[in-house]
Ligand binder design. Structure first.
Ligand code: BES
Ligand code: MN
Ligand code: ZN
Length: 489
């Protein structure tokens, strides 16, 4: 996918970054290479250093023509990491639209400080692969879309270091695209059995240890919460468990628990006609976890990780669970079901308990858990809850670094008390009409036994309503990078 070169005589298309406070030496270098005065183009044409502006110039070169794409990067001083990613992603989208398959990029023109070279190279690779990703389509008459096959990075910097950085960006991007791919698949195709198949292949590829808990295993372990959600389905439930051991011993284990509801009809507390389409994406948390495992499998960090994915669809039938049912979770805690549409927290409860029984020292759960978080934060930030501010800070900081912003919601004893209100059981799964996002998280929190825990509600951030600088309309793959990044850094 990547090549490093300092031979500018490559064919075709080259992308150049232009800061508004550009370095005159770079203008000189372009003059030497292409015999054109870029400052003249800035003065006399539409070439501009203003942020995200892309201008194409075609120049006679050697025996043929060469296309230069000049991407405005604005002022280097106030360049936020995410702004950098978006500008680069946008430029690659423009080049892809023009049919470019094997672009080159002049790395030095994207650097304003020596210390940021590797980081910028990684972000370039990541943004290129994320922004030009195309979702699989089931159209029978669709034309083959242009995909970028190879990026040649023109640079005088150390070849090995740059290649390393590019591969890191590649690994993170693969994680995001894996998550997107899974969310995009409809529920008749991506059943829990298929998701387990996907995880099995991943385990083979990266040498993870794999456990697929079947319905009988769940019955033996007493996973009554996940089993209740599955009760109305003809599809068997799966608890998908992947372990990556990067340390000599199985200690200091981070658990990722991802909501893997392959379809959420709401069950007997059925969703509205308008509220149901899109619910194939209710395994967005599971997808983020599998995406992160993809990145971890490629990067092989010296850390231990367990991924736990409780998976089923939430359906209606004569056998389905109902409001008023009382169920017993793997933890032994009993739950009064007040709303069968609050199914994600039930699946996660057994997932979180199982993760701890397998030695998790800290837990991050990820889920498309509540419409409430969409009301609270929209599609711009992932909502979080925690029982440990230090752990949360690390996760939040990682999110910031990777352009996946996270906002902390409150979690105090008043909220915790709400999920314990039941005249018949230990907990109830849907306390009040108030603070839905927090109630969902608080319910999951009730199953965390004294280990640091962060809850991430991605109901608002997992789907993009329109195409954007870093990808198409549809699944964003959000939190795949943050989870992997927390482990890798
Ligand atoms: N999967 C939904 C949450 C959701 C809503 C995700 C919209 C993506 C977009 C979840 O299972 C759900 O139904 N939550 C309910 C909980 C309520 C019944 C307590 C909700 O948020 O309305
Ligand atoms: Mn639901
Ligand atoms: Zn759901």
């Amino acid at each position: 996918m990547f090549m490093i070169s300092n031979n500018w005589k490559t064919e075709g298309t080259i992308l150049i970054g232009l800061f508004s406070n550009y370095d005159k030496d770079q203008i000189t270098r372009i003059k030497e290479q292409f015999n054109i005065d870029l400052e003249y183009y800035i003065r006399e044409s539409d070439v501009s250093p203003s942020y995200k502006h892309v201008e194409k110039i075609t120049i006679p070169y050697e025996k043929g023509m060469k296309r230069l794409y000049v991407l405005g990067l604005g002022t280097s001083a106030d360049m936020k990491r995410d702004h950098f990613r978006k500008a680069v992603g946008h430029a690659f989208q423009v080049m892809q639209k023009d049919g470019t398959k094997t672009p080159s990029l002049w790395l030095e023109s994207f650097i304003s400080r020596e210390g940021e070279v590797d980081d910028r190279a990684a972000m370039i690779a990541e943004s290129m692969i994320i922004s030009t990703y195309q979702l699989p389509s089931f159209k029978t008459d669709e034309e083959e879309a242009v995909t970028i096959e190879k990026l040649t990075v023109l640079t005088d910097y150390d070849e090995a270091a740059i290649l390393n950085a590019l591969e890191k960006g590649h690994a993170f991007a693969d994680g995001v695209n894996t998550a997107r791919y899974l969310v995009h698949l409809p529920a008749n195709i991506l059943t829990s059995t298929e998701m387990a198949e996907f995880a099995t292949t991943m385990a083979e590829d990266y040498d993870f240890s794999l456990d697929i808990l079947e319905k009988e295993d769940m019955e033996e372990l007493g996973m009554g919460a996940l089993l209740a959600v599955n009760q109305g389905s003809v599809e068997p439930p799966k608890m998908i468990v992947l372990k990556y051991q990067g340390l000599d011993e199985w200690k200091d284990v981070t658990a990722f628990v991802g909501k893997g509801i392959t379809y959420d009809t709401g069950g007997y507390s059925i969703k509205t006609k308008a509220g149901m389409p899109g619910m194939k994406g209710d395994m967005g948390g599971a997808a983020a976890v599998l995406g992160a495992m993809e990145t971890i499998g490629q990067m092989k960090p010296a850390r231990n990780v367990i991924a736990v994915i409780p998976s089923t669809d939430n359906m209606i039938s004569g056998a389905a669970f109902k409001p008023d049912d009382v169920i017993t979770s793997m933890s032994g805690k009993t739950i009064e079901v007040l709303n069968t549409d609050a199914e994600g927290r039930l699946a996660l409860a057994d997932g979180v308990t199982y993760a701890q029984s397998e030695g998790a020292d800290r837990v991050i759960d990820v889920a498309t858990l509540t419409g409430g978080v969409v009301t609270a934060l929209g599609s711009w930030m992932t909502g979080a809850m925690t029982n440990n501010r230090d752990f949360y800070q690390e996760v939040e900081h990682t999110g910031e670094t990777f352009g996946e912003p996270i906002w902390l919601l409150p979690y105090n004893e008043d909220y915790q008390a709400q999920v314990r209100k039941s005249s018949i059981a230990d907990l109830n799964n849907s306390p009040t009409r108030k603070a839905h996002a927090i109630m969902g998280g608080a319910f999951v929190g009730a199953f965390v036994e004294k280990v640091p825990w962060v809850h991430l509600d991605i109901a608002g951030t997992s789907i993009a309503e329109a195409s954007y600088e870093l990808g198409p309309k549809g699944p964003t793959g959000v939190m795949a990078k943050t989870l992997a990044g927390y482990i890798i850094q």
